[in-house]
Design a protein around this ligand. Sequence first.
Ligand SMILES: NC(=O)c1ccc[n+]([C@@H]2O[C@H](COP(=O)([O-])OP(=O)(O)OC[C@H]3O[C@@H](n4cnc5c(N)ncnc54)[C@H](O)[C@@H]3O)[C@@H](O)[C@H]2O)c1
Length: 504
Amino acid sequence: MTALDLSSPVAVVGTGTMGQGIAQVALVAGHPVRLYDAAPGQARQAADAIGARLDRLVAKGRIGAAERDAARARLQSVDELTGLAGCSLVVEAVLERLDVKQELFRALEDIVSDDCLLATNTSSLSVTAIGGALRVPGRFVGLHFFNPAPLLPLVEVVSGFATDVTSATRAYETARAWGKTPVACADTPGFIVNRVARPFYAEAFAVYESQGSDPATIDAVLRESGGFRMGAFELTDLIGQDVNESVTHSVWRSFFQDVRFTPSLAQRRLVESGRLGRKTGRGWYDHGEGAERPEPHTAEPAEPPAYVVAEGDLGPASELLALIGEADIEVRAREEDGGTRLVLPGGGQLVLADGQTSVEFLDVVYFDLALDYRTATRIALSHCQDTSARTVAEAVGLFQALGKKVSVIGDVPGMIVARTVARIIDLAHDAVARGVATEDDVDTAMRLGVSYPLGPFAWGRRLGRVWASSLLADLHEREPSGRYAPSLALSRHACATEKREDTP
Ligand SMILES: NC(=O)c1ccc[n+]([C@@H]2O[C@H](COP(=O)([O-])OP(=O)(O)OC[C@H]3O[C@@H](n4cnc5c(N)ncnc54)[C@H](O)[C@@H]3O)[C@@H](O)[C@H]2O)c1
């Protein structure tokens, strides 16, 4: 099955933010494109806006003037839905309401031929439910572009229950021919990206709500240690708290209030008070004129320890041993059955975040997971009030000697990056086990859709699959709501891995 022929006319219905972007993509790829919008004059305005964007592409040297002129000549706005007769693909990007979309597709089926591919750009409605209104539902598919569509490469190609394979494949190949990176996914709440990404926001908000740390520090740790492009607080201020919360609500509701997707009370308060983020001048942060961004907590300089005793290989943090050696701090190795910790000269211990809390042990400081301990510029440490001042100072001094800024947070199990990454890995495994998408497509979707530094499966392989499931099991023991219970899929992978490792 091949992509739509470039001579085939493509229609875009609903020419707001997304419709304009999608129309531009199809147009620049080479199709004749027709625009229709229910609001009088809107389709014409959209055609003008697309024309202006093509001008800017010419000015930037991305396309030639002749190419722009040809594209403009292929672009047409129509005043009636009947003007879409003869199109080979209709992409709908209208109001996010099931009844509105169903009514539109019913009307469209009377106008286009039975082999016209019909697609919705819905982000939160069920493709199956919209397609339920159709006479020929097999040709109906989700084509979920990301905003801004001309710039972001990812397109989730969503198959509803009734979507036939040829239609899904044709949509997939067409998206690819348009220069996009399509991923195939089943029709489930949030598709891939909006489902698997929920813990990125939820865990940051949970750490804040449990008084573990403040937004600026959590954001800095997610960026500088976790390798995420933005922290959850600044990102949701950019997206809009109302928009981000409504995606969370929709996924949570659609999963029958599954506790793993529970929305945040703190975010609810923000939305209720109109603090929606940059667009209202205030969200988690103050975006008003001249407002200063609060600084993340950064520990004062402390003396590094003269040596550390390494028990075990530190698992995902084993690279630290080389870094400590390079910083001229002696590493004394001690074989200890099952031990994975650094013992400091004062006798205190430094342990990688594992889902337990410092208060459960004698003189322990936890350190958070980093994407790459060599390039991380900040590390979070957590401890309880019983941890000795000497142990805290030695732990801070050690990471500072490695060139890292140190943020000390509260005694939160799983800290910030570790719990976030473990939950993302878990939801990714769960999604694949439930047939939502393949492992590769989940990784691609999360890298391209939300710019994660690594896909969850690649990350999981790097950390060891047992790592995420055991961290979540520890968290679940401490907060037995079910939110942290490792999924069956992740537990199965962990068991299989352990069995392989135990087999001589
Ligand atoms: N904005 C995003 O970031 C984003 C990202 C991915 C998907 N989506 C989805 O794309 C769709 C459109 O979102 P948007 O942000 O572009 O909205 P928008 O409000 O910018 O544009 C919607 C357009 O649809 C028109 N419209 C409404 N009802 C119509 C009808 N019955 N027939 C024809 N036109 C109609 C409106 O006049 C408006 O111009 C939604 O389903 C949304 O969930 C949005």
